[in-house]
Write a protein that binds this ligand. Structure first.
Ligand code: XMP
Length: 508
């Protein structure tokens, strides 16, 4: 196992995924954690991530002395982590002028275990302003770039290495080689992290933790909850009870589709709670998106908790990124989404030892991989992510049955057209938004005054960043024409060409 100490880089999770991709389990901890927590589980090596700050910025995270003194396994500092390490050991980090961003050529000066098989001269990806101007005692320079004298450094006796560039990003040539050399050549890790083993081990843990009690899991038909439900069924059979709540803001045909997929295709004993009218009653007159989220989250729990009896357990599909967000140096990330995995009712159950979160160690792509190993059919695993608050945050303004009907019809056309097109493979998430705006149009000989709908289709890897999909004009044209012609209540369609950031994927 490898521990990645997070200094707040946007690439921290990428490092963890790359390490796991090489067959070695990895864990992320905040740079503010106590040394005992960092070293919990006895890692074979420690990687210090990059970070957004200058070491000299106010409040910039530092590598603390107590941790440095306890690091008795090989250490690899990356970018900011490298600078923090050099600074903590007595080297000198200088504020840079213009810095070095993007592609740079490094030349190797000496041989070293970290550089085995790496060509003498190659391109790497840099992203820094400050640089290490003087090395601490005992360190050797192994490579340099035109703007960075200490691009790769080491102290073999203390088993510490530092890289000014990012070996984890795709644009660094031989980046994988650097990571492999560190993991296998230096730390002596073996490639033994396999999701197949993880499934067996997790099933055993679920059996032990639940000790014969019933486990209720909330399923939405999405990838995470479906994989979790199948995993739970594999662990405890009929003691696992997937519960599906129809919250009235699902897409057209979704209730039947989820029942079919989970019940008939996957053979789970699904309980459906028909809550549509309950939710719509509570949403009446509400226009604020965060209020809509809060109501749906709260009422979901009200209905779901009615199913929970005696000492039943609750299973949640919390993923690793949800867990690490709360320990990163920035604290919980900006409240763009409100998280319902940690509301008071759930916290109470956690204290009683009645919550199971079997996916909490996994990244999203690993969840999909587990799904494949559990033989869940690919179309179920390839489903677009769909937010918990559903269409309530896509009907901008008040959510009424009439507006939902209009949006459902338009969204159905959009989904059918995308599904039938080769573009389907590159769209990560796509949907229609019903705007609270009316426009004038002309149909036949008469003037219309009806709703505007926006189409949103994005390409993304994990939803953290996204770019609008460059869908062919012919496809957009067909979708727009069909929506305006077939959906009563929409007379104009616009295409959203905002990336994330600065936009978000959803409109609310
Ligand atoms: P944003 O809009 O924040 O969305 O760029 C990123 C991803 O998260 C989904 N999303 C949500 N999922 N509850 C959820 O379960 C929410 O409140 C929520 N808001 C956004 C969104 O669909 C996208 O996949």
């Amino acid at each position: 196992m490898i521990v990645i100490v997070d200094f707040g880089s946007q690439y921290t999770q990428l490092i963890a995924r790359r390490v796991r991709g090489l067959g070695v389990f990895s864990r992320i901890v905040s740079c503010q954690e106590a040394p005992a927590e960092v070293l919990r589980g006895g890692p074979r090596g420690v990687i210090l991530s990059g970070g957004p700050a200058s070491l000299y910025a106010k409040g910039a995270p530092r590598l603390r002395k107590p941790l440095l003194e306890r690091l008795d396994v090989p250490v690899l500092g990356i970018c900011y982590g490298h600078q923090a390490l050099m600074h903590a050991m007595g080297g000198k980090v200088e504020k840079g002028g213009s810095g070095e961003y993007g592609r740079a050529e490094v030349d190797l000066l000496h041989e070293d275990a970290l550089l085995a098989g790496v060509p003498r001269s190659h391109h790497v990806w840099m992203s820094h302003r400050d640089h290490v101007a003087a090395l601490p005692k005992g360190f050797t320079r192994l490579a340099h770039s035109p703007a960075t004298p200490n691009a790769v450094v080491c102290n073999r006796a203390r088993r510490i290495w530092g890289l000014q560039f990012h070996p984890e990003v795709h644009h660094t040539e031989h980046g994988t080689r650097y990571l492999e050399n560190f993991l296998f050549g230096i730390c002596g890790c073996s490639r033994d992290w396999s999701l197949g083993d993880w499934i067996e081990q997790t099933c055993a843990e679920i059996r032990e933790q639940s000790a014969g009690r019933r486990i209720l899991s909330a399923v939405s038909g999405g990838v995470d909850s479906t994989v979790m439900a199948v995993l739970l069924a594999r662990a405890v059979g009929s003691h696992a009870r997937p519960v599906f709540v129809d919250n009235g803001v699902l897409r057209e045909g979704e209730v039947e589709e989820v029942q079919h997929n989970l019940g008939e295709v996957l053979g789970l004993k699904l309980k459906t709670i028909r809550g549509a009218s309950h939710f719509l009653r509570h949403l009446k007159g509400v226009t604020d998106p965060e209020k809509k989220r809060a109501i749906i989250g709260r009422e979901f729990l009200t209905l779901f908790f009615r199913e929970l009896r005696g000492d039943d357990m609750l299973a949640q599909g919390t993923l690793y990124p949800d867990v690490i967000e709360s320990v990163s140096v920035h604290g919980p990330s900006d409240k763009i989404k409100t998280h319902h995995n940690r509301v008071p009712e759930v916290l109470k159950l956690i204290r009683q030892g009645r919550v199971i979160e079997p996916l909490k160690e996994l990244f999203k792509d690993e969840v999909r991989e587990v799904g494949r190993l559990l033989e869940i059919p690919e179309p179920i695993l390839a489903r677009y992510p769909f937010p918990g608050p559903g269409l309530a945050i896509r009907v901008l303004g008040e959510v009424t049955p009439a507006r939902l009907k209009v949006l459902r019809a338009a969204d159905r056309i959009f989904r059918d057209e995308i599904a039938a097109s080769p573009e389907h493979a590159r769209v990560w998430q796509g949907f229609v938004v019903l705007l609270p705006v009316k426009a004038v149009g002309v149909m036949g000989d008469s003037r219309t005054y009806a709703n505007v709908a926006a189409i949103r289709a994005v390409e993304s890897v994990d939803g953290m960043t996204a770019d609008w999909a460059r869908l062919p004009h012919e496809l957009l044209d067909r979708i727009a024409r069909r929506i305006v012609n077939e959906v009563d209540g929409i007379n104009r369609v616009v295409y959203d060409i905002t990336s994330k950031p600065p936009g978000t994927i959803e409109w609310e």
